[in-house]
Design a protein around this ligand. Structure first.
Ligand SMILES: Cc1cc2nc3c(=O)[nH]c(=O)nc-3n(C[C@H](O)[C@H](O)[C@H](O)COP(=O)(O)O)c2cc1C
Length: 188
């Protein structure tokens, strides 16, 4: 546990399907953040329904969930996003959510420190999706910690309790938790 006031985090998963393997990783990292003394709130994007972004919806038809999620980003020290890779990129759910959030004022991306990761069925473990997400978040002002938390193939990644089997993954999760709890941007 680091010194100073207790850090707060929100965690999100870019897949809302039942049985999501990314949800297993999100839950695992959430638990590790809690063990490190962080007050973690697990959110589901299923509770932040947003239509496909279209500028014609602004300003009169902006979904209230965009404002609600933006406020959660602004008011927590850590934002963890665990996402699948679709076709070498990001799933539409994540792209759409980021598009809406990027239009919210004040910026939801300039307060928290961000951690990103994901699980895929392929052995490359979402590395292309992570690269897209890191690039996008950085362009809109977010500070993303360096650890590359890509896990795959998912069939061999976790035991029945959702704990990573490979020591390399356990190490990376530990490294990410350390980075997320040690860096803080303060009230920018
Ligand atoms: C539309 C679509 C595209 C996909 N593209 C990729 C891909 O580019 N790379 C990859 O490793 N897996 C890909 N997959 C497989 C996902 O890794 C796999 O379905 C994974 O379980 C999705 O995450 P979830 O279980 O959290 O929903 C794709 C799956 C779908 C549905």
């Amino acid at each position: 546990m680091t010194e100073g006031p207790q850090k707060t985090a929100i965690t999100l998963c870019g897949s809302i399907r039942k049985g999501s393997v990314n949800e297993i990783l999100r839950r695992h990292v959430s638990g590790k953040l809690r063990e490190a003394g962080v007050a973690v709130t697990d959110l589901s994007l299923a509770d932040f329904d947003m239509p496909i972004f279209n500028e014609d919806l602004e300003p009169d038809n902006v979904p209230e969930s965009a404002g609600r999620l933006a406020e959660a980003f602004r008011t927590h020290d850590i934002v963890l996003i665990i996402t699948p890779e679709y076709n070498g990129g990001l799933p539409p759910l994540v792209v759409n959510t980021l598009a809406w959030l990027s239009r919210q004022k004040l910026s939801p991306f300039r307060h928290a420190v961000f951690g990103i990761g994901g699980v895929s069925s392929g052995k490359y473990g979402t590395i292309w999706a992570q690269s897209h997400l890191r690039e996008t978040l950085s362009k809109i002002g977010a500070l993303v910690v360096p650890t590359l938390l890509g896990v795959g193939p998912n069939a061999e990644a976790f035991d029945a309790n959702g704990v990573p089997v490979e020591s390399a993954i356990t190490y990376k999760v530990g490294q990410m938790v350390k980075e997320l709890t040690h860096f803080s941007r303060g009230g920018i």
